[in-house]
Design a protein around this ligand. Sequence first.
Ligand SMILES: Cc1cc2nc3c(=O)[nH]c(=O)nc-3n(C[C@H](O)[C@H](O)[C@H](O)COP(=O)(O)OP(=O)(O)OC[C@H]3O[C@@H](n4cnc5c(N)ncnc54)[C@H](O)[C@@H]3O)c2cc1C
Length: 493
Amino acid sequence: MWLLVLGIGCSGCATELADPSVQAPSAVVDVLIVGSGPAGLSAAWAAREAGARVLILELADTVGPTAGYADNFLLADTQAQRDAGLVDSLERVAQEWPDFTEGGDAQDPMVQAFIAGLPGLEAWFLSLGAEITGPRGDKDAGMTPRLHGVRVGSGSPAESLALDLSESVWTQHRAVDVVLDEGAVVGVRFIDERSGSSGWVRAGATVVATGGFARNLDLVKSYRPELEDVALLYESHPLSSGAGLELLASADADAQNLGSIGVYVHAMADPRPGFDGEALLVPMLPMGMAVDASGERLTNEDSLWGLRMDSLLVAAEERRIWVLLPEEDWAHMDVLVPGYNSDQPRERLDPAELEAMGAVQIYADIQAVADGLDLPEAVLVEEFERYSAATETGVDEEFGKDVFLLRPFSGSIVVVEVRAAAAKSFGGARIDLEGRVLDGSPAPVPGLYAAGEVVGMLGTPDIGRGFAGSISAVHWTGLLAGESAASYGIESR
Ligand SMILES: Cc1cc2nc3c(=O)[nH]c(=O)nc-3n(C[C@H](O)[C@H](O)[C@H](O)COP(=O)(O)OP(=O)(O)OC[C@H]3O[C@@H](n4cnc5c(N)ncnc54)[C@H](O)[C@@H]3O)c2cc1C
C-alpha cells in the first residue's frame, strides 16, 4: 500500500513460493539478514548467539560499508558519566525525551524498552571489548551530556562485528523482493551483482536492515513539502536510497513517521568536480555570524551544528543563510569530507583551495559583503556592528551566544553559504517489541523482522523528530530483531 505513498515502483513486489519462477534456493538458513550495516551486523550477532544459522546479503562489495561512520552514541547512566562526575538516570532520559526529540512520547512501549535497554547496550559494547569515552553534551540528546564515543580497538563496534561475521556475508548480492508462502515471509530473492544471475535464500525468518532513504531527495521532499524550494545536499552514504522499504512494503508492512527526516544546516556544497550535490562539513561555523537575505542576524550560531535547523532555513528570507567568518579563523578551519566520499579517515580540504575554487567569497569589509551578496546594506551594517560590540564585551544580548564563540572581526570577511543536507531517516516501517514488522492492522507479518534506519531507528513515531546518537537505537533494534528472528527461525526448521 505505501509503495504508492512512497512513490516507489513495484520492482520490489513479493513473489509467491508457488510461482514457477521460484527455483531451488541457493541456501537455506534460520535467519537471513538483508544489509550489513550496524543494524544488520548486530542482528546477525544476536541470531548467531542464539544458535541460528545466519546469512547476510549485502549489496556493496565490502562487509559493513557503513560500519565506521558513527562516533556519537547516546548512552545513559554510564560509567563514563559517573567518572566525569555527572548524574544521569534512565528516568531523566524519559523526562527529557519529549523535549530533545521534539514531540516524542516516552510512554510509548518501544521508547520505554529502548531507554530501559541502554544499560544492557553499554554492557554489550563492553563485552565486545569497547572503550567508552565522553560524555559530550548536545541539546539533541537532552540536557545531560550523554553522547559517548564507543571504540573497539581502533574502530567502531560495527567494524569489529563486520570482521567477526565476514564469513556469513554474501557481498554484491542485492535483495530484490521477498518470497511469500501463505502470507508468511519465507526468504528473499536476490541478484548477484557480479554475474547478473538471480536466486533466492530460504529462511525461517528474515531481518530487513537496509538503512534509510535520505539520499532519495525526491522522497525526502515528498514527505517534507516545505523543503521543496530548498536546494538540499546529500549527507548520507550513497546506499541510503530507501530500497529496503520496497521489500517491506511488498509484504504489506505499515509505515510510520516518514516525514521525520534529520536535516542538518551545517554544510557547504562540495565544489570539486564529480561531487555535485555533496556536502562538506564545517564544524566551526558557530564561530561566525549567520544572516539571511534580509541582512539580519538569525540565530545563536551554536545551534547551526544541531539537528532540525531546517525550520530556521525555511523561515529565512529567500531560504538562504550565509555565515560571515573572520578571515584569520577561516584560514585554520577544518572542512571535512564525509567518510563515504573519501578513502582517507577524516579527510580535510584546504581552505585556500576552496577559496580558489570559488566555494567561499572574501570581502574587505562589511559594506563589500552587502554589495557582493546584494543584501540591504544599512541592516547588515547595523547587525554587524551589534555583533562586533558583543565580541568585544563578551555579551551577546540578542541570542546569548557563548563568549568562546564570539570571534572578533579585524580584517577581511569570509562568507560561506550554509546549506541544508538530508542525513537520516527517523521514520520507516513499524515494528513491535520483538522487532517484528507490523502491517496496517497492526499485526506482525509472519517471518519478517526489521531494524535500524529502515524502521526510522526505533520503529515508532514516538521517536518524534529524532535525536543525536541514534546509532544506539540502530544497534539496539538490530539485537532485538536478531534475537527474536533466531527464535522464530529455529522453531520453524
Ligand atoms: C558520515 C556519517 C557520520 C555519521 N555519524 C553518526 C553519529 O556520529 N551518530 C549517529 O548516531 N549516527 C551517525 N550517522 C548515521 C549512522 O551511520 C546510520 O544511522 C547507521 O549507519 C544506520 O545503520 P543501518 O544498519 O540501519 O543502515 P546502513 O548503515 O545504511 O546499512 C544498510 C546496509 O544495507 C545495505 N543494503 C541496502 N540495500 C540493500 C539491498 N537491496 N540488498 C542488500 N543490501 C542492501 C547497504 O549496502 C548497507 O550496507 C552517520 C552517518 C554518516 C554517513
